[in-house]
Design a protein around this ligand. Structure first.
Ligand code: HEM
Length: 508
């Protein structure tokens, strides 16, 4: 296969990235492809399913001008690999989280906040017999989805049952609560310029090693994330590439990633009506509270003053709204410590703030500094980044309509999608330790203000609060927050490299 060098400046010893083998979603959000549908499939005929997967016209990550009118991406669950007849030892060489599945273990469900109204037993899809085998993600320029979907569904008929069609809505870049979304993303080091290292990095940077998202490349530890490596005898047709770090092995992971899909229903009237009650009907206060919970204003502006020094390298226009970290606001006076974006990406580096001297580093490293230990919970953001690719669904309502009760009871929300090479260290860590945990950055009785399930934790400690530090006096604290987001379904998928998909659809 021809290899495409993304940058002429790439070090001569660094192998170039094989964009033709990578599914396009890794590189593009398909923002101009405003129409999309996610088909969740169960395999009904193994041979026919394999034939389709072997021939499917997967859209790759090569930049084309003009961009293709439509895009097709395919991902598979561990149950899907089994249904395809992939050997059990190969399946077990994938990560345990993927093999067990999102709803496969009560401990995992508890950590992810999938309890109470979010309990997998209540999901519309993704647990028990309703775990999909394959996800087919279709994207199209305006007006072209219907035809594409019709063609693909005809092709799928022989080998699959379409268990769920997750339709999406184009809300012009605004998520259902009314906030501009899709602003902050890690920048992937496609040219492999970023020095890989396992030493402390002292400031937050947005550029992230490719191996954080793509299997088969070095990650932020300078290591290759464990993945399915096979002896050459398993790949007699020599479909797979050799592993960069172990050339004697065939790399089934290379150019692939794990894909997390969660259907998150948003109670938009419930959100705005609750905030209105807390604000005593004051419109400005209501919007201020909502912004404090998100960490950005409705138009996407961050609550933190933008700094030119923290500007990411990207020339993406959205990145101007990303040029900040939280060093100027250690107490959360501008952006509450528990705001959604501050929990989801605390934007700090390897060491807690203030850990500049050798002695101070040693004291903290040895764990003798109590407050710093708590801050350690949010350190080292670079190991916990997510590449988000979600799409909204349902009919949009404005905050004013939601306040008036319009759309109450309707199903709308986010088909949350994120990509990462390590499910445990990325999605599961962010979801459980930062978003759902009530112990975050010194706080005790609150979880993420948007996503929390509000269920009391052990010993009846409440988890339904939201606090915001005030400059002159005690923190302001909202109590009795209702649940605004409910999980309706979810699954972990493997988004294979295109050669890996052909390999998996063969006979082994
Ligand atoms: C219905 C559910 C959710 C809503 C309404 C929501 C809303 C938002 C909004 C408005 C932003 C700011 C815009 C941006 O930076 O792109 C944001 C950022 C973000 N969200 Fe969510 N989100 C939801 C679920 C999640 C989940 C489940 C996760 C992870 C497990 C997550 C992780 C993030 C991350 C990593 C950022 C970027 C933070 C940063 O880098 O500053 N979100 N979200």
């Amino acid at each position: 296969m021809a290899r495409v060098a993304v940058s002429m400046a790439a070090a001569p010893t660094t192998p170039a990235v094989e964009l033709e083998d990578i599914q396009g979603l890794m590189r593009f959000a398909y923002k101009h492809h405003t129409e999309a549908v996610f088909l969740l499939l169960r395999i009904t005929d193994r041979a026919a399913a394999r034939t389709w997967l072997a021939r499917a016209a997967i859209t790759d990550a090569v930049t084309r001008d003009p961009a293709p009118n439509t895009a097709l991406q395919v991902a598979v669950t561990s149950g899907g690999l089994r249904a395809l007849g992939v050997a059990e030892d190969i399946i077990h060489s994938f990560s345990p989280e993927f093999v067990e599945g999102m709803a496969g273990d009560p401990g995992r469900s508890r950590r992810l906040g999938d309890q109470g109204a979010n309990d997998p037993a209540r999901w519309q899809w993704g647990s028990g017999k309703r775990i999909p085998h394959v996800a087919v993600l279709l994207y199209a320029l305006p007006g072209l989805l219907r035809g594409l979907q019709h063609t693909i569904e005809e092709q799928l008929r022989a080998g699959f049952e379409i268990a769920v069609r997750l339709t999406t809505a184009n809300l012009d870049g605004v998520e259902p609560f009314g906030f501009v979304d899709g602003i902050s993303q890690p920048e992937l080091d496609w040219s492999r310029q970023r020095a890989v290292r396992d030493v402390g990095q002292r400031s937050y940077v947005n550029l992230s090693c490719l191996g954080e998202y793509l299997l088969g490349y070095p990650n932020e530890y300078g290591l290759y994330t464990p993945r399915a490596l096979l002896g050459p005898h398993r790949d007699a047709q020599e479909i797979l590439p050799r592993a960069e770090d172990a050339p004697e092995s065939c790399d089934l992971g290379r150019n692939g990633s794990y894909l997390v899909l969660r259907q998150l229903r948003q109670d938009v009237p419930g959100f705005w009506q609750a905030l209105d009650r807390y604000a005593g009907g004051d419109a400005a206060r209501r919007e201020q509270l909502a912004s404090a919970m998100v960490g950005r204003k409705l138009d996407g502006q961050p609550l933190i003053v933008l700094q030119s020094s923290a500007a990411p390298a990207s020339d993406d226009p959205q990145s101007s709204m990303n040029a900040f970290d939280y060093r100027s606001d250690p107490q959360g006076l501008r952006c509450p410590l528990g705001a959604h974006i501050r929990r989801a990406n605390p934007r700090n580096a390897d060491l807690p703030p203030g850990a500049d001297g050798i002695v101070s580093r040693l004291v903290r490293t040895l764990g003798f500094d109590g407050p710093a230990r708590e801050r350690d919970l949010v350190a080292s953001t670079r190991f916990h980044r997510l590449l988000r690719r979600g799409r909204e669904y349902g009919v949009g309502v404005t905050p004013a309509q939601a306040l008036a009760g319009t759309g109450a009871g309707e199903d709308r929300g986010l088909h949350f999608v994120c990509l990462g090479a390590n499910l445990q260290r990325q999605f599961e860590f962010v979801q459980s330790a930062w978003l759902m945990s009530t112990k975050f950055d010194g706080m005790r009785e609150e979880s993420d203000p948007l996503l929390g399930n509000r269920l009391p934790v052990a010993a009846g400690m409440p988890a339904d609060r939201f606090s915001a530090a005030q400059p002159n006096g005690p923190s302001q604290c909202l109590t009795g927050l209702p649940q605004f987001v409910t999980v309706l379904g979810g699954a972990y998928f493997f988004l294979p490299g295109i050669r890996a998909l052909r390999f998996l659809s063969g006979t082994h």
